[in-house]
Design a binder for this molecule. Structure first.
Ligand code: HMG
Length: 445
C-alpha cells in the first residue's frame, strides 16, 4: 500500500508580537497569571499592515517550495484552509497561486485549487482531501500543497481577544512522505452547534465557556469513533498527542479527559487505583449528573498523580511550545502543535522513526477528527530545516496603543492609515485594491 503523508512543512508567523502578561493584561486590569498560568499564553502574533492571509500563506508556501526545489509543475493541487477569507466566490488559493507565479517560472494552470471551510478543522480536512486524491491515483505523480492561513481576531472587548493570533502553515502532501505517514483510520465527532460562528461577519460570535465544553464533547466522540476502527488506544501507544490548540489551557482540559478514557480498563487504571480509586462506572450512579460529577472528581485527582504528570510532560506539554507564543492560528493551530512535538523530539535526540502521534483536530460549529501518524525515517533533517525560532524572535513588539491600531488596520469595516512596523524583505506584500475590489500583491526583494 502506498504511504501518503506530510513531506514538508513551513510556517509564516504574523510579524508583530503582543506580550500578553506584560502589555495586554495590565491594560485589561487583569492578573498576568490569567494568561501565563490560566490560558497558558505568553504572547500572540499579529500581521503587520502589509500582511494578510494571502501574504502569510504565499510566504510560507514559497519558503517550502524553495527549500524543496519545487516548481509549479510539481504541484497538482493547492488547497487553502481558512476561516478569515474576504471573498465568498474567489478562493484564497487563486490569490496565493498568483503570488507564487510572480516568482517562479511556469504556472499552476493545471493544478486544482480550492478553499476549505470548517472553522479550525479545515486544515486537517484539506490534508484529508489531498490524501484521498493521491490514494485514488488522480495526482499524476504530483504533490498537493495545503496551506492553513488565518488572522484570528475577535471583537474588541470579547473574552476571546486574549487568544488571538495570526500565521500560516504550508504542508506538502505526497506519496512516500519524508516526515509522517497518515493513518487510513479516522474518527469523527460532529454535531450542529452554535458555540462559535461568523454569519457573514468578520469577527466571531462566541459563547466562550460553551465552546470549551463543545470541544471536549466532540473530541471525546471522535476518539470513540477512532477506536471503533483502530481498536482501543493506550497512552503508551503515542509518543506525542498534538491537539487543536486555541490556547494551551484548552489542551490541558482535553488531555486529562483523553488520558482517563484511554486508561479505562487498563493496567494503568489498576495501578492508579491505590492512590485515587478506580474510575467511576455509570451503572453505579442513579443519574447521569451524579456520574459526571464523580468523573470530574476522579479527573481532578488524576491530573495530580505522578503517573499522569509524567505522561503529560512527555506527550502533551511539548506540543504547546509554539502555540504559547503565537496564540490561536485557527486552521493552522493543530499543525503547529505537531511541529512543536517533532521539534521537541529533535532537541531531545529521540529516535522517532516508526513512532506514532495521535492528532486531535477540531473546528467549532462543531467537529473533531482524530487520526494517527507514523514518523518516517529521515524525518530529522526535514524538521531541522524548518525555521521557527528566528521567525518568532524577529517579530516586532507592539505597545498597547499600537495593538489598538493594528486591530483597526485589519478590521474590514475601518479605514485606518498606519505606517508599517517592520520593513518587508524577500516576501509577498499586500499593495491595495484593484478596480473590481480585488486585493493586489507584489513580491518585495
Ligand atoms: P475568560 O472568561 O476570559 O477567562 O474566558 P476565565 O476567567 O475562564 O479564565 C481562563 C482560565 O484562566 C481559567 O482556567 C481560570 O481559572 C484561569 P480554568 O479554570 O478554565 O482551567 N485564571 C487564572 N489562573 C491563574 N491565575 C489567575 C487566573 N485568572 C484566571 N490570576 C475563554 C476564557 C477561553 C472562554 C475566552 O478566552 C474565549 O472566549 N476564547 C475564545 C473561544 C475559545 O478559544 N474556545 C476554545 C474552544 S473552541 C475552539 O477551540 C475553536 C476555535 O479555535 C475556533 C474555530 O474552531 O474556528 C476557537
Amino acid at each position: 500500500m502506498t504511504a501518503v503523508g506530510i513531506d514538508a512543512i513551513e510556517i509564516w508567523t504574523g510579524k508583530l508580537r503582543l506580550d500578553l502578561p506584560n502589555t495586554f493584561a495590565p491594560e485589561m486590569g487583569e492578573d498576568p497569571e490569567k494568561y501565563t498560568k490560566g490560558l497558558g499564553l505568553e504572547s500572540s502574533s499579529f500581521p503587520d499592515t502589509y500582511e494578510d492571509i494571502v501574504t502569510m500563506g504565499a510566504n510560507a508556501a514559497k519558503r517550502l517550495m524553495d527549500r524543496r526545489g519545487l516548481t509549479p509543475d510539481d504541484i497538482g493541487r493547492i488547497d487553502v484552509a481558512t476561516e478569515s477569507a474576504f471573498d465568498n466566490s474567489k478562493p484564497v488559493s487563486t490569490y496565493i497561486a498568483g503570488c507564487l507565479e510572480q516568482v517562479y517560472d511556469g504556472d499552476f494552470h493545471h493544478a486544482n485549487k480550492g478553499e476549505r471551510k470548517f472553522a479550525c478543522l479545515a486544515g486537517t480536512q484539506s490534508i484529508d482531501d489531498a490524501y484521498n486524491w493521491i490514494k485514488a491515483g488522480r495526482h499524476r505523480g504530483r504533490a498537493a500543497l495545503v496551506i492553513a492561513t488565518d488572522t484570528a481576531l475577535y471583537e474588541r472587548g470579547d473574552p476571546g481577544e486574549a487568544t488571538q493570533g495570526a500565521g500560516a502553515v504550508a504542508m506538502l502532501i505526497t506519496e512516500d512522505p519524508s516526515i509522517v505517514e497518515l493513518s487510513t483510520e479516522q474518527g469523527y465527532g460532529s454535531a450542529d452547534e452554535t458555540d462559535f460562528l461568523k454569519p457573514n461577519q468578520q469577527f466571531p460570535s462566541v459563547d466562550g465557556k460553551r465552546s470549551v465544553q463543545v470541544y471536549l464533547a466532540r473530541m471525546r466522540e471522535a476518539l470513540e469513533d477512532y477506536e471503533s476502527v483502530s481498536g482501543d488506544t493506550h497512552p503508551d501507544d503515542f509518543e506525542y498527542i498534538p491537539f487543536h490548540t486555541p490556547f494551551p489551557g484548552m489542551v490541558r482540559k482535553a488531555a486529562v479527559l483523553g488520558y482517563r478514557h484511554m486508561t479505562r480498563d487498563t493496567e494503568v487504571e489498576e495501578e492508579l487505583a491505590e492512590e485515587i480509586g478506580m474510575q467511576p462506572r455509570e451503572e453505579a450512579y442513579d443519574s447521569r449528573e451524579d456520574y459526571e460529577e464523580a468523573i470530574r472528581a476522579y479527573m481532578d485527582e488524576l491530573k495530580d498523580t505522578d503517573r499522569y504528570r509524567e505522561w503529560y510532560g512527555r506527550a502533551i506539554e511539548p506540543t504547546l511550545g509554539i502555540s504559547r507564543s503565537v496564540g490561536n492560528w485557527y486552521t493552522g493551530s493543530v499543525h503547529i502543535a505537531r511541529l512543536a512535538a517533532l521539534r521537541d523530539a529533535l532537541e531531545r535526540g529521540k529516535d522517532m522513526t516508526g513512532k506514532k502521534l495521535l492528532v486531535g483536530s477540531y473546528g467549532s460549529g462543531a467537529q473533531a477528527e482524530i487520526h494517527a501518524e507514523t514518523v518516517v525515517e529521515g524525518w530529522e533533517d526535514h524538521v531541522d530545516a524548518i525555521e521557527v525560532d528566528d521567525q518568532l524572535a524577529r517579530r516586532y513588539d507592539i505597545t498597547y496603543d499600537e495593538y489598538e491600531l493594528v486591530h483597526d488596520v485589519h478590521n474590514h469595516d475601518k479605514e485606518t492609515d498606519v505606517d508599517r512596523f517592520s520593513p518587508p524583505e524577500s516576501e509577498f506584500v499586500f499593495t491595495g485594491w484593484g478596480r473590481m475590489n480585488e486585493r493586489r500583491y507584489d513580491y518585495v526583494e
